[in-house]
Design a protein around this ligand. Structure first.
Ligand SMILES: Nc1ncnc2c1ncn2[C@@H]1O[C@H](COP(=O)(O)OP(=O)(O)OP(=O)(O)O)[C@@H](O)[C@H]1O
Ligand SMILES: [Mg+2]
Length: 621
């Protein structure tokens, strides 16, 4: 026989007479069932077949498995990032037939053993092991919890565009078989049968049956992933292999989440989907919005959008005490110190810290507040940054201790924010209403990067007061995190914040397109390595390589991440209760109507803003 030959050349059918066919066109539009069963472009060699140009496939049959079989091994196979197709065939065996078969096998094996014993030969371990497994199967058949028995067979098909690609990928598939404990061979010389067996007609012509009980067979069917559906979870999308729902709880561990992906890979859309759900579950949602892209979402959820730019009119008083702060005065002191460090662009030395501590208690005392007694914290009015400034400048207490110069210098660095151009935003009492469960902080209109960092810090401080009380679950989004990571003060503030969030029912999300941001400083590295959830969307190969070790990615996952389309990702979630980490391939499927809220294109956001303005004018008119 000559290889390769055309399948059709060998099969005569009346319908073929006088019909032309083209080897390149694969399936025709008007294909009938017979065209599918015997497609016109079908060609085969010993162990490949092709349906036309740009198509070549190979089929393996799995003839044995390493026992014990387990789910993760099989899933590893299903997760191979190739164009793979699996055919599983299970045929229930009647108990009577099964018993007969087994008893026959036992009789044969026992006969062999007697024979070798009679000739004084040692018994073979293999036949002994076989006999034991037959005995076990027989016992199970009669046992109280007996399971049905099946003849089970599995075929695997790999499809590629070229022969070279097929050879390359075949090697990897065979390696994966080996690693997973499967014994498989290509269906040599049976490519026609293999092709037909892979069609969804439910009748494999090639079978290498293996006796298996119901639980063994069930392991192979990837229809339900109980472990990915958590009743208290959020909808993350659909499993890319099994098409089952992925619903995961982000609050089980420390709640920190890192989401990285190229621009346009769908990071913001995923986070927004989660934010909408959090709002529906009556959680608090806080969004730090550098680009002004979250306004439509906040408005759609009837939340409060706080414009943090100087012209936005949002005032936040850093000195205002929070009687509910779980860290008490220590928390307040740390925050003021951190704010001054952000303003100063430098950490305070011991003398500065001491001067600050003295003046802070002094200022609060002037307003009738004892920092050690939380019952006095509700006094009104509360001091302003301005009052702290005055105290630093001229406290007799500091003069006595020889810290006058230190205090004076600190006061000087605070000056632009209490007396100068930024006075409006910093040294006024808080006028932002935090009563709303959904709050967006917009930093879009701030040109001065340093002021932006300070305003971000203030927003974090406000969020911390409420989110860390642990009374309600809260979700905090830091989109475009790369910007924050470029500001040393913001990094320190964020990493301190994420540490405080831990185990307090707050989930903080960092979204960025530059994974290397996380690897640059110990603070950000800590955020990545301690995150309970890491989400990897499409990334450049070099970027994935950077993350490979920290996220424990396999070769296949690297390949997968490099080729992902928008909205698809790998969800890595650590289950601290069971000390396991799940790597789940997910695609976020979004209801079209949600796009009104999720869409992030600047054009759309601008258009929405314009419509809002027009609307306002009309109403006023
Ligand atoms: N789940 C999805 N399904 C289909 N398309 C999606 C999905 N997610 C995102 N997209 C498409 O990708 C576009 C960009 O998404 P998105 O703004 O969320 O990306 P991004 O990663 O946040 O980008 P950037 O880094 O620029 O902020 C969307 O406008 C949408 O067209
Ligand atoms: Mg985005």
């Amino acid at each position: 026989m000559k290889w390769p030959f055309r399948h059709k050349d060998r099969i005569w059918r009346p319908g073929n007479l006088g019909r032309k066919y083209d080897a390149g066109d694969g399936f025709r539009v008007d294909a009938s069932l017979s065209d599918v069963l015997e497609p016109p472009g079908f060609q085969q060699t010993l162990n490949t077949y092709s349906l036309g140009e740009g198509h070549v496939a190979r089929v393996w049959r799995i003839y044995d498995y390493l026992s014990p079989l387990n789910r993760s091994r099989i899933e590893e196979l299903y997760a191979l990032p190739f164009d793979l197709r699996f055919v599983l065939h299970a045929e229930r065996i009647d108990d009577f037939v099964a018993r007969q078969g087994l008893e026959h096998q036992r009789a044969m094996l026992e006969g062999q053993q007697h024979f070798s014993a009679s000739r004084g030969q040692l018994q073979s371990y293999v036949s002994q092991a076989k006999l034991e497994s037959v005995d076990t199967a027989l016992r199970e058949l009669d046992g109280p919890q007996r399971e049905s028995l099946f003849y089970f067979s599995a075929l695997v098909q790999l499809t590629c565009r070229t022969r070279e690609e097929l050879e390359r990928q075949s090697k990897e598939v065979e390696l994966a078989f080996k690693n997973a404990g499967f014994f498989a061979v290509t269906c040599d010389g049976l490519m026609e049968e293999a092709y037909r067996s892979m069609l969804p007609l439910g009748r494999p012509e090639i079978r290498s049956d293996r006796l298996m009980n119901a639980s063994g067979v069930a392991l192979f069917f990837p229809f339900y992933h109980a472990e990915y559906v958590d009743a208290d979870g959020f909808y993350f999308g659909v499993h890319r292999q099994s098409a089952t729902l992925v619903v995961q709880n982000i609050f089980k561990g420390n709640g920190n989440t890192v989401l990285v992906g190229r621009p346009g890979s769908g990071k913001s859309a995923l986070f927004k989907t989660i934010a909408i759900q959090a709002a529906c579950y009556d959680m608090d949602v806080y969004l730090l919005d550098l680009e002004g892209e979250y306004r439509p979402l906040v408005e759609a959820l009837h939340g409060t959008y706080v414009d943090m730019s100087p012209q936005g009119g949002a005032h936040i008083n850093a000195m205002r005490l929070d009687p509910d702060d779980p860290d008490g005065y220590a928390g307040q002191y740390a925050d003021i110190q951190a704010l001054i460090e952000v303003i100063n662009r430098n950490a305070l030395d011991p003398a500065q810290a001491s001067a600050l501590n003295t003046c802070l208690t002094e200022t609060y005392r002037q307003f009738g507040i004892d920092v050690e007694d939380q019952s006095t914290w509700r006094a009104e009015p509360q001091p302003l940054l301005e009052n702290l400034h005055t105290s630093l400048e001229s406290s007799p207490n500091l003069r006595e201790r020889g810290l006058h110069k230190v205090g004076y210098d600190l006061a000087l660095s605070l000056e632009p924010y209490v007396l100068g151009p930024y006075r409006e935003s910093l040294s006024r009492d808080t006028n932002v209403d935090l009563g709303n469960p959904v709050i967006g902080f917009g930093f879009n209109g701030i040109r001065d990067e340093h002021l932006k960092a300070i305003r971000v810090f203030q927003a974090l401080r406000l969020i911390a007061g409420r989110a860390l009380s642990g009374k309600r679950l809260s979700l905090i989004g830091v989109d475009e995190a790369w910007w924050y990571f470029g500001q040393p003060e913001a990094v320190a503030a964020l990493s301190a914040f994420s540490r405080r969030c831990r185990k307090r029912g707050a989930s903080i999300w960092f979204l960025t397109h530059q994974p290397e941001d996380f690897l640059n400083s110990p603070d950000t590295r800590q955020i990545l390595s301690s995150a309970q959830t890491v989400i990897l969307m499409n990334l450049a190969r070099s970027a994935v390589q950077d993350l490979r070790k920290v996220c424990e990615l396999s070769d296949r996952e690297v390949e997968d991440i490099v080729n992902l389309s928008p909205g698809s990702y790998v969800l890595i979630i650590r289950d601290s209760e069971h000390h396991v980490t799940h790597h789940i391939p997910v695609e976020l499927i979004v209801v079209p109507r949600w796009w009104e809220m999720l869409d992030t294109s600047y054009r759309k956001v601008e258009q929405a803003a314009r419509e809002r303005q027009d609307d306002g004018k009309e109403r006023r008119g």
